[in-house]
Design a protein around this ligand. Structure first.
Ligand code: FAD
Ligand code: DHB
Length: 385
């Protein structure tokens, strides 16, 4: 079998790329290790940047997104039992969208199936060798000869290993904490997201719909979710999100999902080697505090799709040659922002000096328009390149 672009991974990066290529009349084969049901139920991101929504809408992927999303114009930073609103739209003219990643993945899969171009789930033993992509489905081996391979298979995928270690530089930082995330059948207690700094650790109050709340707690890196029965989670959330406002009340309800997510900063450079291009989490990971990973994955494939479009239109390979350099400018801005938000909001040790610095920074970003604007313009996201 032959194709123009072999795409490894049907997460947001792989599926958005496949669709953008389709719009440009470019063939691709998408190969995913998991079942369709698994990827459509995997609870992860919830915040889409303004530019991500614009891109999806322009690509014809925004119908349900625009109907069902929640649009937010601010976020709240809570510390010392007082909430401070950062008015994102007032400061930047842009907004953010709340829409579950798994809902977006459902939309992307359905759009792919509509194109009748190949998308293989449950592909076993996926291998990339130069421009050859091989995999097994139902015990049958398939080999696809590709002009290019797009490695969109996330942090634990196989594509990155297709670049010789001697050609790669790896930047990495691990954090001593993780996030315990829960999805609860309860109406959100506030209209906007709440990022809470507390002496017992960070907490985040987010949402998915008017009936579903998404909550996170900072926990030690080696935490087992089994050590957190529901009652302990609600106790801790109530404590960390509490405030000096008699109207505040955390709404509780049945916990529908519970998982622990590791936190790490990671970048490989370059993001390309010969005909292999890495995109999204396969090339970089950010700690979730800035709500950036999915948005960055979409930004990468927007650049990559333009490069392929230029190439197949016979206009040369300048954009593809500059792919890594173009993406890395945004990657490092997002790395810095995500590290900064993480450092400002998480309790790391009992060092009183660090605590005073964090509180000073929180007071600064919630009282200075200049500092709040820095947070806001990074949070809503810079325009796509
Ligand atoms: P993935 O979504 O990981 O997709 C990769 C795909 O490749 C998967 O489907 C995987 O099954 C498949 N795959 C892996 N190995 C193989 C193989 N060998 N062969 C074939 N297929 C393979 N980001 C935000 O922007 N905003 C947020 O609010 C946000 N919150 C988050 C909260 C949490 C708790 C977590 C964990 C992440 C969050 N993120 C957020 C990050 C975001 O979810 C990821 O950055 C995003 O999923 C990256 O998309 P991707 O397509 O690059 O990778
Ligand atoms: C969500 C996740 C994030 O990482 C974040 O910073 C904000 C919200 C969420 O899942 O809703």
């Amino acid at each position: 079998m032959r194709t123009q672009v072999g795409i490894v991974g049907a997460g947001p990066a792989g599926l958005v790329l496949a669709h953008l290529l389709h719009l440009n009349g470019i063939d691709s084969v998408v190969v995913e290790r998991q079942t369709r049901d698994h990827v459509e139920k995997r609870i992860r991101a919830g915040v889409l940047e303004h530019g991500t929504v614009d891109l999806l809408t322009a690509a014809g992927l925004g119908d349900r997104l625009l109907r069902e999303r929640m649009v937010h114009h601010g976020v709240e930073l809570l510390f010392d039992r007082v909430g401070h609103r950062v008015p994102l739209t007032e400061l930047t003219g842009r907004e953010i969208t709340i829409y579950g990643q798994h809902e977006l993945v459902k939309d992307l899969i359905s759009a792919r199936l509509d194109t009748e171009r190949p998308l293989h789930f449950e592909a076993a033993d996926v291998q990339v060798d130069g421009t050859e992509l091989t995999f097994h489905v139902d015990g049958t081996q398939t080999t696809v000869e590709c002009d290019f391979i797009a490695g969109c298979d996330g942090f634990h995928g196989i594509s990155r290993a297709g670049i010789p270690p001697s050609a790669l530089t790896v930047f990495e930082r691990e954090y001593p904490h993780a996030w315990l995330g829960v999805l609860a059948q309860a109406p959100p207690a506030s209209d906007e997201l709440v990022y809470a700094y507390h002496d017992r650790g960070f907490a985040l109050h987010s949402m998915r719909t008017p009936d579903i709340t998404r909550l996170y707690l900072q926990v030690p890196a080696d935490t087992d979710a089994a050590d957190w029965p529901d009652a302990r989670i609600w106790d801790e959330l109530r404590t960390r999100l509490d405030r000096d406002d008699p109207r505040w009340q955390l709404n509780e309800g049945p916990i529908l999902e519970k998982s622990v997510a590791a936190m790490r900063s990671f970048v490989v450079t370059p993001m390309q080697h010969e005909q292999l291009f890495l995109a999204g989490d396969a090339a970089h990971i950010v700690p979730p505090t800035g709500a950036k990973g999915l948005n960055l994955a979409v930004a990468d494939v927007a650049v990559l799709a333009e490069g392929f479009a230029e190439y197949y239109a016979g206009r040369g390979s300048g954009l593809l040659r500059r792919y890594s350099e173009t993406c890395l400018r945004r990657v490092w801005r997002v790395q810095h922002f995500s590290w900064w938000m993480t450092s400002m909001l998480h309790r790391v040790d009992d060092d009183p000096f660090t605590r005073e610095l964090q509180l000073s920074q929180l007071r600064y970003v919630t009282s200075s328009t200049a500092a709040a604007t820095t947070l806001a313009e990074n949070y809503v996201g810079f325009p796509m390149a």
